[in-house]
Design a protein around this ligand. Structure first.
Ligand SMILES: [Zn+2]
Length: 333
């Protein structure tokens, strides 16, 4: 069974044990004053901490102690404007968290919470507190305000003062078991190459998704440049077909189809239609004027059958060649 914090993200599978521990605090009505989430990058520390903070603030908590996702408190959190959720992080990556940032938050803590639940201080990259900030924070930790729960998140536990660490309930989020990560990544996007990705990011699944998405964005751009180069007779279709053998087929077929559909829409001035590729629109607009229409629909059929056959044993080199040669030809009319 998948644990779900209603209407929000499900609990990541490798974080289920963490969630059970956190929700048991609520069940026993003994939520620690300060929780310290530590572990490597990209394993979900911030995700699980935020999910628990959301539950603390929810005014209509579910029987499994997850947040409802619907109440005013949940909606304010989603919008990033909850008055009882106070977040601190370095103003720029690598910069320290300053005493002024800490003082500002502590001053706010002396006011009563706006809602009848808890109040949350959420400190990200906590190890970045400089000495004065850490001292001011420690003083607060020694005499915290009631019903205020402090979340500290760090990748570098040993850089935090021991005096702070000793006052927190620690929660270690480790790199998940490889099989769990592989299964989860494959469910996120079948086009990922999960084994390769995980090796690249030391097994951290969220980091893997981030890396994959960034590289997919880059690939899409490169492929579009190739697509243009074939139309403009600057690159040979067979050569590009060879290069595309290295790429994941599913996103590539989708990209090509979307470029062609947008070209057809441009050609017929269907400006009230939504385009898939707003970023490439000027180039698509320009190309669309010279397209041979009959050949364009033949290409569309080729793409549709590629989509149906891509997982079968067909010759991929021939498939890409046929598509790219047709694309080359319809730009020659
Ligand atoms: Zn709620």
């Amino acid at each position: 069974m998948v644990t779900v914090t209603a209407a929000e993200q499900p609990i990541l599978p490798w974080l289920e044990p963490h969630w059970h521990r956190l929700s048991s605090y609520l069940q026993q009505q003994r939520v620690p004053q300060a929780l310290l989430f530590h572990g490597p990058q990209g394993v979900g520390k911030r995700t699980i901490a935020k999910q628990f903070a959301t539950s603390l603030l929810c005014v209509n908590r579910q029987p499994d102690y997850s947040s409802c996702g619907q109440c005013r408190s949940c909606r304010l959190l989603q919008a990033g404007t909850h008055p009882d959720f106070l977040r601190i992080c370095p103003e720029e990556p690598g910069k320290p968290i300053t005493i002024n940032q800490i003082r500002e938050i502590i001053a706010g803590m002396n006011l009563a919470p706006q809602y009848e639940t808890y109040r949350v201080i959420f400190i990200e990259s906590a190890e970045q507190m400089n000495n004065p900030a850490a001292n001011a924070f420690l003083k607060y930790l020694e005499e915290p305000t009631q019903r205020s729960i402090i979340f500290l998140i760090t990748e570098h536990l040993t850089k935090l003062p021991a005096t702070i660490v000793s006052r927190c309930q620690k929660m270690f989020v480790n790199t998940p078991d490889k099989q769990i990560s592989l299964a989860w990544l494959t469910r996120q996007n079948p086009a990922y190459a999960p084994e390769f990705l995980l090796a690249l990011v030391n097994g951290a699944p969220l980091q893997a998704v981030k890396t994959a998405d960034e590289s997919l964005i880059l690939r899409r751009k490169t492929c579009f440049q190739n697509w243009l180069a074939v139309a403009q007779n600057k690159r040979h279709p067979i050569e590009i077909a060879q290069e595309w053998l290295e790429l994941p087929e599913q996103p590539l077929i989708f990209w090509l189809t979307s470029w062609l559909i947008d070209s057809i829409r441009c050609r017929f001035n269907l400006s009230n239609q939504r385009f898939y590729n707003l970023d490439f629109l000027p180039a698509l607009q320009e190309l669309s004027q010279g397209l041979d229409l009959k050949g364009t629909f033949t290409l569309y059929d080729l793409l549709l059958s590629a989509r149906e056959q891509h997982s079968s044993q067909i010759n991929k080199q021939l498939m890409w060649e046929e598509i790219l040669v047709q694309w080359y030809q319809i730009n020659r009319s």
